[in-house]
Design a protein around this ligand. Sequence first.
Ligand code: CA
Ligand code: CA
Length: 186
Amino acid sequence: MAAVSNEFWNDKMKRLFHLYDIDRDGSITPVDFEILADKLSSLVGQDDTKRREDYATARKLLCQEIMRADENQDGKVTLEEWLQFHRRLADELRKPGTHPELLEQLTRRINTTFNMLDLNHDGHIARDEWVKTCQFFGVDKDAADKTFTTVAQGDKLDEKKAKTLFYDYIKLDDPNHISNCCVCFL
Ligand SMILES: [Ca+2]
Ligand SMILES: [Ca+2]
């Protein structure tokens, strides 16, 4: 199977990179995750101690998984390192027998992301959770609402379907695939 390299896929991964580079200094570092977790905590309110703790744990996990892309181990993930890392991941996902360790790492990352999205922890993403998070990442409310209608069954997006969308998002380079609406969630 052809290696992942097309322009559409590159642009998609670049968007994701800029989304995580929250302080916009041109690289992804643990600082970006601290800012992200702080901002996300505000979605559930200051009083919800349990959720704030959950976010802190999720932040650590997500940071750990994403900093794996720091090939030269200088504490920063550059755009080049980011693209290389995800290209390798996408290539692996396209093979029939994906490297078990890589798959496990990605699964950890996807589980963490899902838990961050599922704000009330009931095992599925509701429309308002989706829209709230999209808006948080700067997506227009109506656009977010429309996307949700496309991907969800009624007013729920279940865990299995959400996770499949996340995998496909990294793996696929087809501009028309439904998973491309997941830009904000990995
Ligand atoms: Ca940064
Ligand atoms: Ca680096």
